[in-house]
Write a protein that binds this ligand. Sequence first.
Ligand SMILES: Nc1ncnc2c1ncn2[C@@H]1O[C@H](COP(=O)(O)OP(=O)(O)OP(=O)(O)O)[C@@H](O)[C@H]1O
Ligand SMILES: [Mg+2]
Length: 336
Amino acid sequence: MALIEGTPRNATIKTKTECTVLEIDKINFDMLLRLNSFIALRIMTALTQRIRKTTTLMKAIVLEAEVKAGKLITLFSPKGGAGKSVTAANMTAGIAKLTGKKALLIDLDLQFGDLAFMLGLKAKHSIADLVESEPETADDLRKFLSVHPHGFSVLPSPFKPEQSEMITSKHLRKIVQIAKTIFDYIIIDTHSLFQDLTINSLDISDHICLIMAPEMNHIKSMHMCMKVVETLKYPSEKIRLVLNREECMYAIPRTEIEATLKRKFDFCLHDDWKHALGMVNEQKTIFDTTVESTYRNDFIHLITGLTGEKITEEAEKSLLGTLKGWFGKSDKPGKS
Ligand SMILES: Nc1ncnc2c1ncn2[C@@H]1O[C@H](COP(=O)(O)OP(=O)(O)OP(=O)(O)O)[C@@H](O)[C@H]1O
Ligand SMILES: [Mg+2]
């Protein structure tokens, strides 16, 4: 470098053994490069290799420094069909639309996850393609994401069930580590099994939403699930208990469930088959519309409670409207 730029040397060298050293000054060095393109090429190669090495090192340092910027929220239920996927998708859409924060939804239901389909996205890549590419940087990750019209990103589950084997806990941790550098919130939808990958997702989460429906078998499974979670020794504020489909037909009342589980619910989402099915059948999130409903306001409450983020004016208006409705003419929860 000193020879090329004519600047002072930036390093000294001590030899370990006796050496014979060839000394060359700048005038001769320049002459050599002009006359012998082979030597010039070899020197250029050495220099580009050094630049590449330094760039990789810099990227790693920057990545390390930026880790832990984003918050990770995992949705888990011990019983299938509790509403994890619909809730995860609506929650992510709400975070993006109401708070303007950057959100990523990861479908970790690796065999039969269908979040990309539920959100009407024509995904070209899945999490299986991403791990195959061995991502290191945010740009590596971005190439595999599908972007929803609301502005949030989705990392779909593998297109073939057999590809689920490809994704390990190490991959998940790497993906989250990279994602945290570019997203404010990462939401993970899981399947209903305590497996290595799911437990890793719970371990690295900032918040865990345990979701259940107001049914007897859900209460039994949640009771067992909470015992397992206790053994994992997570801080209590990390666990949020969520009741989905509150007040659905033949539902066990919330207070009865709380008494049985000896724990209060942190959040409740009312039964709203029209809007919940709207996503499954018509690929619409609850935030595709600004029309107020109890279910929509439940989500606003969930999002603000969980993230502590401020909501936009539009959402506030909707919330105030419903409150007025409750105290004015009757607006039965779940029927709006
Ligand atoms: N609040 C709700 N009101 C009415 N129906 C709901 C509500 N939440 C979810 N559902 C319905 O429950 C069904 C299951 O929802 P979802 O697929 O989100 O559950 P899941 O926990 O992800 O299931 P799985 O364990 O199979 O992944 C869907 O048909 C959905 O429309
Ligand atoms: Mg699901």
